[in-house]
Structure formats: structure tokens, C-alpha cells
Design a protein around this ligand. Structure first.
Ligand code: FES
Length: 168
């Protein structure tokens, strides 16, 4: 009976006190390997996501936005692209110059509004602004550019065909 108790205890705690620091070191290395593996996997997933979403024409639908005579110079059109969760804006800057961007501000996702006369897309929430040609932030708290919709313009119509997400 006396011998049984230490044996049961040894099954739960199989390491001698003298070797305990080795186990701790071994556990710490396991922990590091696990964390590093998780981190590397996360980086790989982010890289693959950017690879597949970063360029125009890579798996994006071709979506008709409007006829060329439906939006006047200085006017804009709201649409969603590439899916219903992504509100976008098409802006006609000049007779033959169009731009389109995601409408969610890259700061805290408020809707930006076009101000073509000031060459910017303005976010009223914290007075952020983006360059209307490039989508780059030019004022206020936003640090990342608005994703830019790649356009295809035919004789009569305009289509969204891709999306360019900036890493900066
Ligand atoms: S949400 Fe656009 S500037 Fe803050």
C-alpha cells in the first residue's frame, strides 16, 4: 500500500525534481516552435491572400457599371465590387477620364464622398482625404490608400475588371 502511492504520483509527475529545469527548457523550446510555426503560417496566409487579391484581373469579375452617357463630368456613381459587401464609387473626372475606388475609408471605414473640384475623396468622420487620382491619403488620420478599381472603357460602356490594393 505504501509503495502504490508514490507509483501513482510518478505517473502524473514523471520527472525528477533534479531534471525539472531541463523539462522547462524543453517545454519552452516547444512553445517557441509552436508560436513560430503559427506566426509563419499566418504570414504565409497573408502573403497568399495579397498575391491573389493584389493585382487587377486575377479572378475578379467583369462587371458593367454604366453607359458612358449615364454619368456626367464631375458626377459619380455608387456600386458594389467585387461583391455586395464592398461599396465603391465611380467618378467621371473629365470627358474621357474615370476613376473608381472602394468607398470605405481606410481609417475607420466611414464612407468617403467625392470632391472632384478639390481633386479628392473626403471622409467626413475625421476629415481624412484621399487623392482622387491615386487613392493615396493626403489629409487626416488615414495611412493606407483606398483600393482602386481597375476599369475597362469601351465605346459605350464602362466595366470594373479588377482591384488594386495598396500595401502602403
Ligand atoms: S474614418 Fe475616415 S478619417 Fe476616420
Amino acid at each position: 500500500m505504501k509503495d502504490k502511492q508514490p507509483e501513482a504520483w510518478r505517473q502524473d509527475f514523471p520527472v525528477d525534481w533534479a531534471d525539472d529545469h531541463y523539462v522547462s527548457r524543453r517545454d519552452f523550446v516547444k512553445f517557441l516552435v509552436l508560436i513560430s510555426g503559427g506566426f509563419a503560417t499566418g504570414q504565409l496566409c497573408i502573403g497568399l491572400d495579397q498575391l491573389f487579391q493584389g493585382g487587377a484581373g486575377q479572378g475578379f469579375p467583369r462587371q458593367r457599371l454604366c453607359g458612358l452617357d449615364e454619368v456626367g463630368v464631375g458626377q459619380s456613381l455608387a456600386f458594389h465590387y467585387p461583391d455586395d459587401n464592398e461599396p465603391c464609387l465611380l467618378v467621371r473626372l473629365e470627358e474621357k477620364r474615370w476613376v473608381a475606388f472602394h468607398q470605405k475609408c481606410t481609417h475607420l471605414a466611414c464612407a468617403v464622398v467625392p470632391q472632384p473640384e478639390q481633386k479628392r475623396l473626403f471622409c467626413p468622420c475625421h476629415e481624412g482625404a484621399f487623392d482622387i487620382d491615386s487613392g493615396r491619403p493626403i489629409q487626416g488620420p488615414p495611412r493606407r490608400a483606398l483600393p482602386k478599381v481597375t476599369l475597362e472603357i469601351t465605346d459605350r460602356e464602362i466595366f470594373a475588371i479588377g482591384l488594386q490594393r495598396s500595401n502602403g
